[in-house]
Design a protein around this ligand. Structure first.
Ligand code: PEP
Ligand code: MG
Length: 583
């Protein structure tokens, strides 16, 4: 069977281009690298395969009995079909040939064969296509027996690979060894999902929301990840490969040329300074942010401290992470945001804590106000760290004034405790909120009386205003931060903050896309915080425009009726003004 080139589209979430062999983490998370064994080991691999078939048949029979007992014999027919497939000589001959003739490991031979069968079924487009799910099931069953506890950890990769997966959690993404993982693509996820945000912090190209990704690829296939355009190419033909190799060289040159901007101010042509700050998830990202030209850290998402371990972080864990960030930033400002997670994401969480609507549930500041021990531990550490440099504190997902007052009350209690214990902290620490829930944007004038600053979180604001899950690729076409309804709330919040003299920053992913920079300047934004990789492009854009022309653009945009028109209009202008960024 010839290897067919396939070009798939998804959502670009971390820029760059990379080319490498595919490593597939299938739905059950098993990874099957294309490894070969020595001649002497071939018989052992054949035996492993045969034993795995026996074990899988045994397991399927066991499940069949259980289901028959509960639901009656007709419900168990699916298992009979699985057994027929497992015992099919066409299948086992093919697997055994790969082991004997090519000397592949049993697990690779199984995954390769299953994948090929799936491809053929899908090409046939007959009622048989419905068997694809059955094939996946038996493939997973066999692989479970073959790989079991010997699952090779992603940490111990021997060669550079491109990771392809149905999904990766933010924690899994954070753990990827970027000296070996060249880039990744997933079937699930949207532009502002937390996995996408972590991908950006790893500085490797990534594309999410690629429909049908795993149906078209085999372990070891050559794959191109184009994190600039959101394209994944599987088994590229020669002209495509050459084109991407050229793109890779161009991207490198372009990145180098942007680096020269670092020492220049982020200033419009008519002399208005825009503060450019970095969004980080891990202390180690501070250096990268500064190299990219950040003037401080506008958003430190501390929830990654919780995702990286099996038990909640202690006060010292928090304190050390914050001090590391503050020291690395060297006197520049840092905004530390308190925990922004649902209970199901906390270390040691149970299935019962899973919610039907997690983004509307007990998460973030709501969770902190219920789990005071967690909240107070974090607040103590932030207050102690405030002695080390200019730190501000920010509460996420505030949706009522009472919630804000409660959070401030807890903060005051923690301050009292520290004072009683003689532990130093800055009593005048600035306290701000994320404006990311529509109710808060609507009530911004009230909040302005009770906080020191606002930070506009357009990722959540967009999802809550439009009722579109930010992480769901199925509705990604409906998710746009430039939908007129979202823009009206952004504009309103900026006007309120100006009138009340409250500093406002913008920190959602929208802010990292130079397509929106002119619009944001026109709306009155003067402080932007974005993923470090996007800062040079933002600065280049800021330096190419005047406030007056941005305001003109914004006036036009604010008359438009839908996001598609806004996007098209902004793209047209960007192509004209910044052809090197928007070719
Ligand atoms: C936002 O919601 O826009 C934001 C910046 O926070 P997060 O992406 O962490 O939810
Ligand atoms: Mg948010």
């Amino acid at each position: 069977m010839n290897k067919q080139m396939r070009v798939l589209r998804g959502i670009p979430v971390s820029p760059g281009v990379t080319i490498g062999p595919a490593m597939i983490l299938d739905v059950t998370g098993l990874r099957i690298p294309p490894r070969r064994v020595s001649e002497a080991e071939v018989d052992r691999e054949l035996e492993r395969f045969r034993q795995a078939v026996e074990a899988a048949v045994h397991e399927v029979n066991r499940q069949k009995e259980l289901v028959t007992a509960k639901l009656g014999p007709e419900s168990a027919s699916i298992f009979a079909a699985h057994i027929v497939m497992l015992r099919d000589p066409g299948f086992s001959n093919r697997v055994e040939r790969l082991i004997r003739d090519e000397r592949y490991t049993a697990e690779y031979a199984v995954s390769h064969t299953i994948q090929r069968f799936i491809e053929v079924l899908q090409q046939l487009k007959t009622p048989l296509t419905s068997r694809v799910g059955d094939l996946r099931d038996i493939g997973n069953e066999l692989l479970r027996h073959l790989i079991g506890s010997q699952r090779q950890e992603l940490k111990h990769l021997e060669q550079p690979v491109v990771i392809l997966a149905a999904d990766l959690s933010p924690a899994e993404t954070a753990r990827l060894d970027t000296s070996r993982v060249l880039g990744f693509a997933t079937e699930l996820g949207g532009r502002t999902s937390h996995t996408a945000i972590v991908a950006g912090s790893l500085e490797i190209p990534a594309v999410v929301g690629v429909e049908g990704l795993l149906a078209h690829v085999l372990p070891g296939d050559q794959v191109i990840i184009d994190g600039n355009q959101g394209v994944v190419v599987i088994n590229p033909d020669q002209p495509t490969l050459e084109r991407y190799e050229r793109a890779l060289r161009r991207f490198k040159l372009f990145t180098e040329s942007l680096a020269t901007l670092r020492s220049l101010p982020a200033e419009t042509k008519d002399g208005t300074r825009i503060a450019l700050l970095g969004n980080i998830e891990f202390p180690r990202e501070v250096h990268y942010s500064l190299r990219q030209g950040a003037e401080g850290i506008g958003l430190y998402r501390t929830e990654f401290l919780f995702l990286e371990r099996d038990t909640p972080p202690t006060e010292e864990d928090h304190y050390e992470a914050y001090c590391e960030v503050i020291r690395a930033v060297g006197g520049r400002p840092v905004v530390i945001r308190t925990l922004d997670l649902g209970a199901d994401k906390l270390p040691g969480s149970t299935d019962e804590q899973r919610e039907r609507n997690p983004f509307l549930g007990l998460r973030s500041i709501r969770l902190c106000l219920r789990r005071l021990e967690l909240f107070k531990t974090q607040l103590r550490a932030i207050l102690r760290a405030s002695m080390e440099g200019p730190v501000s504190l920010m509460f996420p997902m505030v949706s009522t004034l009472l919630e804000l007052r409660q959070a401030k009350l807890v903060l005051a209690e923690v301050m009292e405790d520290l004072a009683e214990q003689g532990v130093p902290y800055r009593r005048d620490i600035k306290v701000g909120i994320m404006v990311e829930v529509p109710s808060t944007a609507i009530m911004a004038d009230y909040y302005a009386r009770e906080v020191d600053f606002f930070s506009l979180g357009t990722n959540d604001l967009t999802q809550y205003v439009l009722a579109v899950d930010r992480g769901n690729e199925k509705v990604a076409n409906l998710y746009s931060p430039v939908d007129p309804a979202v823009l009206r709330l952004i504009r309103r919040t900026i006007i309120v903050s100006r009138r009340r003299g409250i500093p406002i920053n913008i920190c959602g992913e929208m802010c990292g896309d130079p397509l929106y920079t002119m619009l944001l300047i026109g709306l009155g934004v003067r402080s932007m915080s974005a993923a470090p990789h996007s800062l040079p492009e933002l600065k280049q854009t800021i330096r190419s425009v005047s406030v007056e022309e941005c305001e003109k653009i914004t006036r036009r945009v604010m008359l438009m009726e839908n996001a598609r028109d806004v996007e098209a209009y902004l793209r047209g202008i960007a192509r004209e003004k910044l052809p090197e960024l928007f070719e």
